[in-house]
Design a protein around this ligand. Structure first.
Ligand code: NAI
Length: 435
């Protein structure tokens, strides 16, 4: 009989730690949040209570204790799950994990809420007990809203620790749990950030060919099942400063042969925008900005990164849904070129990343739907585009066929999904686990 998670400790009560603590307390678990100072601990308490709904606040307050690592670390000894959510710094995280390990009891589960540092690196050199009991449950922000949770173990992780945490996260925190492998940035951030960075580079060519920023966004939103922000609107939301950091991290962590390496930096025009602080919504504008009009209203303007000028943002008549995606994707026109370059390259990359980042294609599709608000995941989009048409297109262009497309071809199938089953990397169609 495996363990139940009743008592939880969260180390670091910032954005993510507070969200995790609030979710656990609202699910009726006793939660202790430890910070570096008493002042920060009280701030963490306020943050956790602020994340509780009106009808949950009394319950969350009753279950919540805050303290400092220096005074209250022994409280960890009563906990079944100790969740580290401190800053994204390998050395800081390693030091915190080692302190946790000295204070916890046998059989407790430890986790680290990294955005993408491999678990193997975090527990490298740690004792056998810590390596066996440590899992990465990769939550997405905001924790209480986002359904996606990527669950990652290393070669050393005890499968029972993973299963116990999986049950709790699914049954009690109501997360959509996806199994990811211990690779840099896991699934969603690897594909999602790759899409943004490679898209920004490819878009430079399409802008030179006459497509404007707002036009590209209109084509890359709902018509291909991506969020309505499109590409540049999404970068405005995230911030060019954060994208620059992500790119730097990718340069440090991506495998040497990953195609994402070539675009793991900002293009020249975007670098100039970053240098003068034109980084997105939080700085008053990036690719878009809102300006006051003479009559006191607001108007949206769009930036031309090459010319350095602003003009009124336009509305475009675009396909409202995924219907007819294949025809638009293969069209011999500017739209087809754009879709093949910006969306197509990401889909080909995803098809090459299985089984490296996940054992099942459905894990990749769910990660992109639940974590990045795609209406359909990469393999679901490939099925709509037509895998064999795409393979023929690649061959005509003298390009290699990505791994999972080759598996599909060898298995003699038309699509990755058929009759509620999915193509497994070993070439068989297997059941899709229930959502
Ligand atoms: P944050 O900066 O909001 O919070 C970090 C908290 O940790 C702060 O309250 C800080 O006082 C505390 N802290 C720092 N060093 C500490 C130490 N040695 N001991 C105890 N507490 C310490 O950061 P955020 O955004 O909550 O991120 C936490 C982790 O979650 C990072 O690894 C981040 O990469 C990851 N993450 C963040 C996401 C996001 O969108 N913010 C999404 C998914 C993961």
């Amino acid at each position: 009989m495996s363990m139940e998670i009743r008592h939880v400790a969260v180390i670091g009560g910032g954005t993510m730690g507070a969200g995790i603590a609030a979710a656990c307390a609202a699910a009726g678990r006793d939660v202790v949040v430890l910070e570096t100072t008493e002042d920060l601990a009280e701030k963490a308490r306020a943050r956790v209570l602020g994340l509780a709904g009106d009808d949950e606040r009394a319950e969350v307050e009753a279950h919540l204790t805050v303290g400092t690592l220096d005074h209250d670390l022994p409280l960890v000894g009563d906990c079944d799950w100790i969740c580290e959510a401190v800053v994204e710094d390998l050395d800081v995280k390693r030091a915190v994990l080692s302190r946790i390990d000295g204070a916890r009891r046998d059989g407790s589960i430890v986790s680290t809420n990294t955005s993408g540092i491999p678990l193997a690196a975090l527990v490298e050199g740690a004792g056998e007990r810590l390596r066996a009991d440590t899992v990465v449950p990769h939550f997405f922000n905001p924790v209480r809203v986002m359904r996606l949770l990527e669950l990652v173990g290393s070669d050393d992780t005890d499968p029972e620790a993973i299963e116990t945490l999986r049950r709790f996260l699914h049954d009690d925190l109501h997360k959509g749990v996806v199994d990811a492998k211990d690779t840099p940035n896991f699934i969603g951030n690897r594909i999602g950030c790759g899409f943004i960075l490679s898209g920004m580079h490819a878009a430079v060519r399409h802008r030179a060919a006459g497509l404007a920023v707002d036009e590209i966004d209109a084509l890359l939103g709902a018509p291909v099942g991506l969020p309505p922000t499109g590409l540049f609107g999404l970068v405005d939301l995230i911030g060019l400063d954060v994208m620059d950091l992500i790119a730097r991290n990718l340069t440090a962590t991506l495998p040497a042969d990953d195609v994402g390496r070539a675009t793991a930096r900002l293009p020249e025009a975007e670098r100039r925008m970053l240098e003068r602080g034109q980084i997105g919504r939080k700085a008053g504008g990036g690719y878009y900005r809102l300006v006051r009009t003479a009559d006191g209203g607001k108007a949206k303007e769009v930036y031309d990164p090459e010319a350095g000028t602003w003009s009124p943002a336009r509305r475009f008549a675009v396909a409202p849904s995924l219907d007819g995606l294949a025809d638009r994707f293969f069209a011999d026109d500017a739209t087809g070129d754009l879709l093949r370059d910006l969306l197509g390259e990401t889909l080909l990359h995803a098809a090459d990343l299985v089984p490296e980042i996940a054992d099942e294609i459905v894990a990749v599709d769910r990660a992109m739907r639940w974590g990045f608000a795609w209406a359909a995941g990469p393999f679901e989009l490939l099925d709509r585009i037509g895998p064999h048409r795409l393979i023929a297109h690649l061959r005509r262009s003298g390009r290699p066929v990505p791994h999972m497309l080759s598996v599909l071809e060898a298995a003699g199938g038309e699509t990755f999904y058929r009759d509620e089953r999915q193509l497994h990397p070993d070439g068989r169609w297997v059941d899709v686990p229930p959502e």
